[in-house]
Design a binder for this molecule. Structure first.
Ligand code: GLU
Length: 378
């Protein structure tokens, strides 16, 4: 293993975390279970107490909680995570209601309600449904409810699953433009070659070399790899992430007070608009546009993508779909929403806008294939 750039001397945690007004907290299955695999009501009570302390300070808290499958397994007396999909779905159906009942009971003494939101990948990939999710979460916050999000494991099948709540939590952080994502599991953070917690990560590539993928849970799906992937998304959205041990008493409150626990992953500092975050971090690309060096230069200078710079297209995409833009060597440059479908791109690529009317047999058309407002650099 390499050593990560660990110096925390120049990073004052307090200054990074002091102004957090909105936080997404993801709790992994093991972090909320007792040694027998049952949801531990005392642990939930402690989480609720900490969340209530943040809410009292006017910090908006959105939770992403795993544990449905684990709770279902304990309830049904199943020792191994079911491999059969309908059985896995059924197990989650049993466990999710147990989980939410216990969360409801944990928050009640603090005068807070809980709002269950079960989501699928499609809810994020469709822009309208995506924005609706945000509206619902906003309304829950206004009603003294703590939103508790999980994947809708009882209806999802392999092809449309996130499969992983670390990734969902990253998407929720981007959706809400929250100031911080906290990923709680049962490890103390990202560990270096000597098994010590890395306090600060600035460069995700350094961090990725240190992941011990062997350390995976047998009831949840996460692991450090998915945490780093999630952190990479949030970092790109310009926000910090903390990976910490959920079983450490007071961990959530301590983190927000700047106590050095867990691993803090620093943001890149680039602030993206909501539209850009959706294009760059959430939308599923349906095809690829390969561009020449001139177009690459124009894109990097924040200009729109014109047909003249496109040398090839791949995939089946419609007007309005997200596409990936690459160099001729296949290096990703940007993502964007195309005005033209695949067939039209094949007709106009390499041509000037003045030729579009004749080529497309249309009187009105877009000058650019992707407008600069719908482009996000990788
Ligand atoms: N949605 C799964 C559950 O509630 C957990 C997925 C994960 O572990 O990330 O059990």
């Amino acid at each position: 293993m390499n050593t990560i750039q660990t110096s925390s001397k120049t990073v004052d945690r307090k200054s990074v975390l002091a102004n957090v007004r909105s936080v997404v907290i993801k709790i992994g299955t093991n972090a909320l279970s007792d040694p027998q695999g049952r949801v531990d009501a005392a642990l939930l009570a402690h989480f609720a107490e900490q969340v209530a302390a943040l809410v009292a300070r006017k910090i908006q808290v959105t939770m992403v909680s795993s544990g449905a499958i684990g709770a279902g397994m304990a309830e049904l007396g199943v020792a191994r995570r079911p491999k059969d999909l309908p059985m896995l779905q059924a197990t989650a159906a049993v466990g999710q209601s147990i989980l939410m009942n216990l969360f409801g009971a944990a928050f009640k003494p603090h005068g807070l309600h809980v709002g269950q939101m079960l989501i699928t990948r499609g809810d994020f990939e469709d822009k309208e449904r995506y924005l609706n999710l945000r509206n619902c979460i906003d309304s829950l916050h206004r009603s003294r409810c703590v939103p508790i999000i999980n994947e809708n494991d009882s209806v999802t099948v392999a092809e449309i699953r996130f499969g992983d709540n670390d990734l969902i939590a990253a998407q929720v952080t981007s959706l809400l433009d929250a100031d911080l994502l906290v990923l709680l599991s049962v490890v103390d953070g990202l560990l270096d070659g000597r098994g010590e917690t890395v306090p600060i990560v600035r460069d995700m590539e350094d961090a990725a070399g240190n992941v011990d993928e062997g350390r995976k849970s047998d009831r949840g799906t996460g692991g450090m790899g998915s945490k780093l992937m999630a952190a990479g998304t949030v970092k790109k959205a310009g926000k910090p992430v903390v990976i910490a041990n959920g079983k450490r008493p007071g961990v959530i409150v301590d983190l927000l007070e700047g106590v050095a626990t867990g691993t803090l992953i620093m943001p890149t500092g680039r602030k993206l608009s909501s539209h850009s975050r959706w294009i760059g971090l959430t939308a599923r690309t349906k095809g690829t546009l390969v561009v020449d060096a001139g177009a690459e230069k124009a894109l990097k200078a924040n200009k729109s993508l014109l047909a003249s710079g496109i040398v090839a297209a791949a995939g089946e995409f419609e007007s309005g779909d997200a596409v990936l833009i690459t160099t001729q060597e296949g290096l990703p440059i940007a993502r964007g929403l195309t005005h033209y479908d695949r067939e039209e791109v094949d007709v106009i690529r390499g041509h000037k806008t003045s030729e579009f009317a004749a080529l497309l047999k249309m009187e009105t058309y877009y000058d650019e294939v992707i407008h600069r407002d719908d482009l996000v650099l990788e």
